[in-house]
Write a protein that binds this ligand. Structure first.
Ligand SMILES: Nc1ncnc2c1ncn2[C@@H]1O[C@H](COP(=O)(O)OP(=O)(O)O)[C@@H](O)[C@H]1O
Ligand SMILES: [Mg+2]
Length: 260
């Protein structure tokens, strides 16, 4: 982690725009009279881990909800791999390869790790009357491989998710995103309410993903979590993007002053 460096903030990350995987131009979002996104330009390169920071109410989750199809922007455009896209439903985001993991990420606690990984996207094989039977064997072996890939140690893929810790559940969600080869993995405050040990585990998963070239947007109000794992840090305040900087060009104190 670098804590010293030039204090002047480099805006270089936005200088050229040719090679962005995701490009958001002039996004606005209103909730009634609340102007939650104000002309936000937000870009992500393939393979980057972008840390998105800001105080409560800054608009981070709203930006992510627009990208994940929970809310539609009122103005502005989104481009994925250079192509303009309409993300009007969560399913549209998933089909485009944008996977979002929330703090209380969607899982069915009574069901096994395996079933949770394949929820809604079960592998099937031909039954006696054609297509239809769940291919449990293949799902089990692929689940084991995906879990191992993110460095999770979960004994058996058949354990119910309710027996897992918060950090392990986040790990399963990350394994799920990896398995379906998401283009962009978004984690919105995944470490909230986790113990220090579990938080470190989740941060380790993100590091592993970034080494594997997965593109990540990691949101947290905890700069100590964001700073060491980010290739770039984007800061928001009152619905606006206020900084877009390389972590080496800033430090936690400066970032704290900027966003508060
Ligand atoms: N569903 C909603 N309805 C009305 N206002 C909302 C809604 N969601 C968020 N807001 C408001 O929009 C602003 C940005 O919120 P949010 O995007 O959740 O910020 P952050 O994730 O940075 O804490 C805040 O003023 C918040 O109160
Ligand atoms: Mg939020």
């Amino acid at each position: 982690m670098s804590t010293t460096g030039p204090t002047e903030q480099s805006q270089s990350a936005n200088a050229q725009s040719g090679d962005y995987l995701l490009r958001c131009v002039g996004l606005h979002k209103w909730y009634g009279s609340v102007h939650a996104l104000r002309n936000v330009d937000f870009n992500v390169r393939a393979g980057e881990v972008v840390g998105l920071v800001g105080d409560n109410g800054a608009g981070k989750s709203t930006l992510i909800k627009v990208l994940s199809g929970v809310h539609k922007q009122d103005k502005g455009d989104i481009f994925l791999e250079g192509r303009k896209v309409v993300i009007d439903r969560p399913r549209a985001a998933m089909q485009l390869g944008i996977e979002t993991i929330y703090q209380y990420t969607a899982m069915i606690p009574e069901m096994s790790i395996l079933r949770n990984i394949f929820i809604g996207r079960e592998l099937r094989k031909a039954g006696p009357r054609g297509f239809g039977w769940l291919d449990r064997k293949r799902m089990a072996s692929e689940a084991v491989a995906s879990i191992a890939e993110v460095g999770l140690d979960l004994e058996s893929p058949h354990r119910p998710v309710k027996e897992l810790s918060g950090g392990q559940r986040q790990g399963v969600a990350i394994a799920r995103a990896m398995h379906f080869q998401s283009k962009i993995l978004i984690l919105d405050e995944p470490t909230n309410h986790l113990s220090v040990k579990e938080t470190n585990k989740v941060l380790d998963h993100v590091r592993t993903l970034s080494e594997q070239g997965v593109t990540c947007i990691f949101i947290s109000h905890n700069l100590h979590h964001i700073h060491p794992i980010s290739d770039r840090i984007v800061a928001m305040a009152r619905g606006e993007k206020i900084a877009d900087i390389h972590p080496d060009d800033t430090n936690i104190d400066d970032l704290n002053k900027m966003i508060s």
